[in-house]
Design a protein around this ligand. Structure first.
Ligand code: SAH
Length: 254
């Protein structure tokens, strides 16, 4: 094991929503040079293939237990790796600072005087809806959006009333509790016929968009698979419009 006189740099790096083309140039460059790469479940094999072939590849997904239990171990491993390598990449799906624990990891490393550099990524919260023809803001339709977690909520605990006046809601990690959340959103004053969409595996070849309404989701009528970004609001109507237009375009070009 190489012993260093001071710790190397940890690059908290966004991997984007899945498609390797959506990686930043900075992310691709640090990946190709880092001595160790920490990655989790949502990072695609094509992106991992960009790592230096001699790099230590360290999987730190959830399988070893719940994230709250494994997180202290990840933090210790990251700090230790910085003492072995000049550059360590901590790869996260999407952007590290959006439900990616980037803030916690940065603080832990900084307290231990390990230098940290953030490389932002393309968040699924914004890119998955966009790729599916759903803008988060639209002139005359939506002037605001909020990104919210739907994780470990039975819909009763989150104060959905607080989001009543936000035009577009983007819910991450919301597939499992969608029924309860949709019910709570209706109870907060959103109309039951408000359109909603789930974009599964955005930016990957297996991407699928499921459109529905809050009422139908609350009744358990909408089949969805994780990971998916859930969009609630009038902007969802654009999906049909833009998807139809791009199909026409494809036909015209073919
Ligand atoms: N830091 C990530 C979010 C991590 S939370 C980001 O910025 O994108 C994990 C949640 O992100 C999933 O439950 C899902 O809601 C969403 N997600 C991540 N990648 C996705 C993708 N390719 N398509 C759809 N949803 C995705």
């Amino acid at each position: 094991m190489v012993s260093r006189s001071r710790p190397g740099t940890v690059y908290l790096t966004g991997a984007g929503p899945g498609d390797p083309e959506l990686l930043t140039l900075a992310a691709a460059r640090v990946l190709s040079r880092a001595g160790a790469v920490f990655y989790d479940r949502l990072v695609s094999p094509e992106i991992l293939a960009l790592a230096h072939h001699g790099a230590e590849m360290i999987y730190v997904g959830k399988e070893g237990g719940q994230q709250d239990e494994v997180q202290p171990r990840i933090l210790r491993q990251l700090a230790a790796a910085a003492w072995r390598h000049a550059a360590v990449v901590r790869l996260k799906g999407g952007d590290p600072m959006v439900f990616g624990r980037g803030g916690e990891e940065w603080a832990y490393l900084a307290e231990r005087e390990v230098p940290v550099v953030l490389i932002p990524g393309v968040s699924s919260a914004i890119s998955a809806p966009g790729l599916s023809g759903i803008p988060l803001t639209l002139r005359g339709v939506a002037r605001s959006f909020a990104v919210v977690t739907g994780h470990e909520q039975d819909g009763q605990h989150e104060n959905w009333d607080a989001f009543r006046s936000i035009d577009t809601l983007v819910i991450l990690m919301g597939v499992a509790h969608r029924k309860q959340i949709a019910g709570a959103l209706i109870a907060s004053g959103r109309p039951a016929n408000q359109p909603a969409a789930f974009v599964e595996r955005g930016s990957t070849p297996r991407s699928r968009t499921v459109t529905s309404t809050l009422g139908a989701i609350a009744r358990g009528e909408t089949d969805v698979e994780s990971p998916a970004v859930w969009i609630v609001g009038e902007v969802v109507r654009q999906h049909e419009v833009l998807a139809a237009m791009s199909e026409e375009l494809i036909e015209a070009v073919a």
